[in-house]
Structure formats: C-alpha cells, structure tokens
Design a protein around this ligand. Structure first.
Ligand SMILES: Cc1ncc(COP(=O)(O)O)c(C=O)c1O
Length: 365
C-alpha cells in the first residue's frame, strides 16, 4: 500500500484558465508557459489542454524536445535563448524560436551554419534588470540581427518586474515604446498579471502574451485578488489522508520543538504529508487545511513526512479521512494554493514547482 499522498491535475481547469486569460487579451496569441516542467505539473500532463494555446514557451532544450516529442508542430519559444553555440543546432533542427538577450548570443548566431534561418525574440531590459539589452543598446542589437543571414524574423520582447504590484508597468511600457515604436516585428510583453490587469491596453497585450501562473490556477496578484476574482480554477490538488489521531490534554505539545502547546483538550490528526513531499516547512500553526472538505488549521511544526491538523471540532474525522493541502476537496471545497503559500511567506509558483518527485500524480477523473 503506497502512502496516501497524491497530486491531481485537472485538465478542465487549465482549459478554463487559458480561456479566461484569452478573454483578457482577446486578439493576442498566447504562449502557454511550460518552463520548470509546466510549473511542476508535468509537461506531458498539461499538454492536451494546453494545445489550445498558440505556442509553448519554456527554457530547457530538453523540455522543448519533450514538447516536440508529444507531436507539437507549432511555435516553441526558448525564453532565455541558447546557453551555448551548439544549442543553435537543435533550434534549427526542431524549429525553435529563441530569445536573444545579449551580444554573446548574437555572436553565436553569426557563426551558426544553418539552412533554416531562425526566428528570434530580441529582449529589452526595460527595468527588470535581469535579462535583455539596455534600451540604449537595443536598436544596435536589432540592426546586427537584421544583417544576419541566420535570422529571418525579429520579434520584440520585454518582461515586467511589477505587473502584479503597486508600481505597475507604465514606466517599463514607456521605455519599451520609446525605443521600439517604429521597429517592425511582433511584440510580446505581458505575463499573467499584465495580461489580466492591463490586457486591454494594445501595447501591453502586444501580439503574444506569456501567461504562466494564471493558467495553473494561482492569482498573480494575491492577496489583492484571488482566483475567484479572475475566474480561474485550481489545476493542482495536493491531497493526503489522516494516518493517526492523538488526544491532547492541556499542556501537551505537538511535534518537533514542542512549538505548539494545547491549552484546552484537543484532537489532532496526523497527516501523511511533510516537507519531503514539498509542503513548506515554513507553514506555521494556523495555516488552513481541509479535512473532509472542511477548514481546519495546521498545528505545530511540519516534519519530513507528516504534519498535524487540529480536528477537535470534527468528531467524524478519523484515520483515512481526506485531507486537502491545497486545491479542491471531494466535496468541492476550495483551498487556494495562494493561501497556503502566503502562510509560508512565499507564492503559489514556489509551492507548485516544489512538489517532490516521490509524490505520485494522477489526472482528475
Ligand atoms: C520571460 C517570462 N515570460 C513569462 C513568464 C510567465 O510569468 P507568469 O507565470 O507570472 O505569468 C515568465 C515567468 O517567470 C517569464 O520569465
């Protein structure tokens, strides 16, 4: 009998979420962002639902190969471009479009031997200060690329640092626009937050949007807004079961470090899920958990293989009761991954990417 923990993927939710994002930027094409193994969901598991996107955007050449192996003949974009010159051979062979964010990548292209000229996305650093050409160097990079026989189409891209927050995107849009307004080529600027919040602005939505997190059912601007606000549905459910029950008396403590002490009699369920499954150890007493679809609270420290939940008010809870760590319970109740992430001081992205390899996955029936 395997441990009862299971991650379930809901393909219908992906379909719904993709449609919601499209609605926010109706005339843009959509990159389904599947980097980091589809944000931890598994590329192969999300592929059928994400085929409704216009292309797949990712980082790893190995992941690009997996998407081609699934039969995808449409666009694939390498968001960080190539890491070394020989990667370009695979780009030619698999017809991968790739970002170009530095002169070294242009140097590699200039010496690349190919019959098939490449489509590239020239990336501007419009303020994020991660990847991309500084605005004052961008046009020179464009001119260099334009002169290369290895390149047949140049698209323009940038990435927002604050699309989910108070600072917003206007300052970066202005930088991008000032430099690129008269350059030809398709544009790609918006991630999930920019698409949902500012997708009505033609410049922001551009020709391609690049939503990731929204497609996987996490609100990019939580806690300002939750998934219900954006009409998104949770894609991943992490569920387990109660495997033990303890009765506590006042003064009894729970778990490592005795960080939780009962001041009244309590009933505690022991759940088969710990940080070795990807559940954050930073979650503290009070983090919400669903037991049989009813909200309860985590108590004490999360350990490697187990965590503890207060089931005092749930007399029917017993060994075998369903526990939802995040996602949707069998009775339809929702515990958004964003709520759990916040309790751990992080974001939904990190939790979904961190589900451990030992956790089995299944598709929702
Ligand atoms: C270049 C780029 N585009 C798009 C995305 C998707 O962002 P999000 O998941 O916030 O929609 C990311 C993710 O970090 C990214 O790095």
């Amino acid at each position: 009998m395997p441990r009862p923990i299971l991650a379930t993927i809901d393909p219908q939710a992906i379909t719904n979420n993709l449609a919601r994002v499209r609605l926010a930027a109706p005339d843009a094409k959509v990159w389904g962002v599947v980097k980091a193994n589809a944000y931890g969901h598994g590329i192969e598991r999300v592929y059928e639902s994400l085929r409704a996107a216009d292309g797949f955007a990712l980082l790893d050449l190995a992941e690009a190969q997996r998407v081609r192996a699934l039969g995808w003949r449409g666009p694939i974009l390498l968001l960080e471009g190539v890491f070394e010159a020989r990667d370009l051979e695979l780009c030619s062979r698999l017809n991968l479009w790739h970002a170009v964010h530095c002169n070294e990548q242009i140097d590699m292209l200039a010496t690349h031997k190919t019959q098939q000229p490449h489509r590239v996305f020239l990336k501007m650093n419009s303020g994020m200060n991660r990847l991309g050409f500084a605005p004052q160097r961008y046009r020179a990079a464009w001119t260099r690329l334009d002169a290369l026989p290895q390149v047949d189409e140049i698209s323009l891209m940038t990435h927002f640092s604050d699309a989910d927050g108070a600072r917003g995107i206007a300052h970066q849009v202005k930088v991008f626009e000032d430099i690129t307004h008269d350059l030809p080529g398709e544009r790609s600027l918006a991630n999930s937050a920019a698409s949902l919040r500012f997708g009505q602005d033609a410049v922001v939505r551009g020709d391609w949007i690049r939503p990731g997190i929204a497609v996987y059912g996490s609100a990019p601007d939580f806690p300002d807004h939750d998934i219900a606000h954006w009409g998104l549905q949770p894609v991943m459910t992490l569920a387990s079961r109660i495997i033990g029950v303890q009765q506590l008396q006042p003064g009894d403590t729970v778990g490592y470090g005795s960080s939780f002490k009962a001041d009244v009699p309590l009933r505690i369920g022991i759940v088969a899920c710990g940080y070795a499954d990807g559940y954050p150890r930073h979650c503290t007493t009070g983090t919400p958990i669903l037991v049989d679809g009813v909200r309860a609270r985590l108590v004490g420290r999360v350990s490697m293989d187990m965590l503890t939940v207060d089931i005092t008010d749930m007399p029917h809870a017993h060994i075998g009761s369903e526990v939802t760590l995040w996602g949707r319970a069998s009775n339809g109740a929702l515990l958004a991954i964003d709520e759990v992430a916040r309790a751990a001081g992080t974001v939904g992205y990190e939790l979904m990417c961190a589900v451990a390899p030992r956790v089995p996955f299944a598709a929702m029936a």
